[in-house]
Write a protein that binds this ligand. Structure first.
Ligand code: HEM
Length: 415
């Protein structure tokens, strides 16, 4: 009998860890579960099998032809369809080519050069939050800080002019919202606007390249460079891979620090190294990408221990669960940044950024954003407090991303 899994259940979204721990404790490298939509999938919840599956080419990233490919019969559906061609949806050799070109633009130097811009954007958002707290008493830290910061940073990466940033933020917010949460047609309209905007942006960068990272990709028209469709898919991928994940990292780290005042005090006293440890431990403890994208077996795969996954099966590697595997992380459910602090016994590397060929291309940028965002926020608001019971905070539904949907905060000093 397959285990039933309902990712839409709010209790599961808030705390899926007991469910995953039960699957992992059963000892098999993968467990077949029944999803609430009537389909079945294989879940990998252990640390070692997760890394094995993610480096095994028999687990393909190419989505089946029919699944998730909208018919291109409306502008909004065409826009969504563009996403299908990105590198996360491809295997070697296509993937290797796309990845090589993107990595050539995403150099550590280019990412590090973003620091002053990220510091400026962070400072502005924190100042706005401080002002809103003074007038409104409470703000939602997701809406006011954790969401806009990564979107604005992707704006920097893509070289979106400052005058267009508010549009980028509004469209991204809409395409990331459930269709029934907004006025009818708003989500489709946002998809269409983003598609038109990115198409024009590519054209503009081609005629007048800037010193942004995306211009470097557009400029590379040598043989094997990206064609326009691939550039469009890349722009969408960078936006979606970069904002929701980083948003969850910042929101979850803030929540963990607000609920662990001793760790917050240690971070304030410990400087950059301790803040980096907070980021690493948040990535492990509250992995922003709960699962990788779906994999599909290209053939029958024997994972050992009697677990045989048939060909053409859907497989999900649950990074959040692998990062809580007690065999690799002692006291896995405890939030202990100290395990990543300098001088600590070397912990196992977490898999929050994935593993193998598709390892996150933006990990350096995500770490840089967190390294700036968290100390800036807590320095400007020393008396920041949660304005809700953490046990009742709503979480984003689904198996892909994980983080609080809202994080109401106030100032304990009431100023
Ligand atoms: C905390 C923030 C982030 C987390 C936890 C995260 C996590 C991940 C993970 C787990 C994967 C692999 C998915 C899979 O194997 O199915 C991935 C891939 C990717 N990420 Fe990130 N990511 C973050 C931020 C970013 C940022 C800021 C960018 C860029 C702006 C980015 C760009 C990408 C790209 C392009 C890929 C695809 C790589 C490939 O297919 O070879 N990510 N990310």
């Amino acid at each position: 009998m397959a285990d039933l899994l309902n990712p839409a259940d709010p209790d599961f979204a808030r705390d899926p860890f007991p469910y995953y721990a039960r699957l992992r404790a059963a000892g098999a490298p993968a467990a077949r579960v029944a999803l609430a939509n009537g389909t079945h999938a294989w879940l990998v919840t252990g640390y070692r099998p997760a890394r094995e599956v993610l480096s095994d080419p028999r687990f393909s990233n190419v989505p089946p032809r029919s699944a998730g490919r909208p018919k291109a019969d409306s502008p909004a559906q065409r826009a969504r369809g563009c996403l299908a061609r990105h590198m996360l949806n491809s295997d070697a050799p296509d993937h290797s080519r796309l990845r090589r070109l993107a990595a050539a633009a995403f150099t550590p130097r280019r990412v590090d050069e973003l620091r002053p811009r990220i510091e400026k954007l962070t400072g502005e958002l924190v100042a706005e939050a401080v002002a809103r707290l003074a007038t409104e008493g409470t703000v939602d830290l997701v809406d006011a800080f954790a969401f806009p910061l990564p979107v604005l940073v992707i704006g920097e990466v893509l070289g979106v002019p400052e005058a267009d940033r508010a549009d980028l933020r509004a469209w991204t917010y809409r395409v990331g919202s459930p269709a029934d949460a907004l006025e009818p047609g708003a989500v489709d309209e946002a998809w269409t606007s983003l598609h038109a905007y990115f198409t024009a942006l590519i054209d503009r960068k081609r005629r007048a390249p800037g010193d942004d990272l995306f211009s470097a990709l557009v400029r590379d028209t040598s043989e094997g460079g990206l064609d326009d469709g691939e550039l469009l898919a890349m722009a969408f991928l960078l936006l979606f891979a970069g904002y929701e994940t980083t948003m969850n990292l910042i929101a979850s780290a803030a929540l963990l620090l607000l609920t662990h005042p001793g760790e917050l005090a240690a971070a304030r006293e410990g400087g950059a190294g301790r803040w980096a440890a907070v980021t690493e431990e948040t990535l492990r403890h509250a992995s922003p990408l709960e699962g990788t994208t779906w994999r599909r077996t290209t053939e029958r795969v024997d994972l050992g221990g009697g677990t045989v996954i048939p060909a053409d099966a859907s497989v999900l590697v649950v990074l959040a669960a692998a990062n809580r595997d007690p065999e690799h992380f002692p006291a896995p459910d405890a939030f202990r940044p100290g395990r990543y602090a300098a001088g600590a016994a070397r912990p196992a590397p977490h898999v929050a950024f994935g593993h193998g060929a598709h390892f996150c291309l933006g990990s350096r940028l995500a770490r840089l954003e967190a390294a700036i965002a968290l100390p800036t926020l807590f320095a400007a608001l020393p008396a920041l407090r949660l304005a809700a019971d953490p046990a009742t905070l709503p979480y984003r539904p689904g198996l892909l991303v994980r983080g609080p949907a809202r994080l109401p905060v106030c100032r304990a000093d009431g100023v």
